[in-house]
Design a protein around this ligand. Structure first.
Ligand code: AMP
Length: 122
């Protein structure tokens, strides 16, 4: 899938719409989800033009991948959810129900999250 420069997270990165920023690094930005599913719900995105983990993992530089991975860990520590535990999740494509076509890792925490995801029919 080609990258859409008008997706909502691209607009946040360009400063065209605001976000509730919690962390920023050279290659990554983290902000609170506008519709939080858990008491802590932060999205971590790379600043580069990547649709999902598919193209990010295949084409991002080592520096971007290292920065992004560290940013996710930083956010969990900053949100003080490491001791009690948390969950990270990234949706890709139609089956994954990805809504925004710019890679984002959801960081969920602040309550007991239950086991994994709901079972669905195979
Ligand atoms: P996904 O289904 O993984 O693509 O999730 C997209 C997420 O982006 C949802 O949890 C939305 O609530 C969130 N979202 C959409 N627009 C914004 C925004 N402007 N600021 C923060 N989060 C947003």
């Amino acid at each position: 899938m080609a990258y859409d420069d008008n997706n909502i997270f691209a607009k946040i990165l360009k400063g065209e719409i605001p976000c509730d920023k919690v962390h920023e690094t050279e290659h990554s930005l983290a902000f609170r989800d506008i519709n939080p599913q858990t008491p802590v719900h932060v999205l971590v995105i790379p600043k580069g033009r990547y649709v999902s983990m598919d193209d990010f993992s295949a084409t991002a530089s080592d520096a971007e991948i290292a920065d992004f991975t560290r940013a996710v860990g930083d956010v969990a520590r900053m949100m003080d959810i490491v001791d009690n535990g948390y969950r990270i999740l990234a949706n890709h494509g139609e089956d994954g129900h990805q809504e925004v076509p710019h890679l984002h890792i959801h960081v969920f925490g602040g309550k007991n999250l239950g086991r994994m995801i709901k079972p669905v029919d195979k």
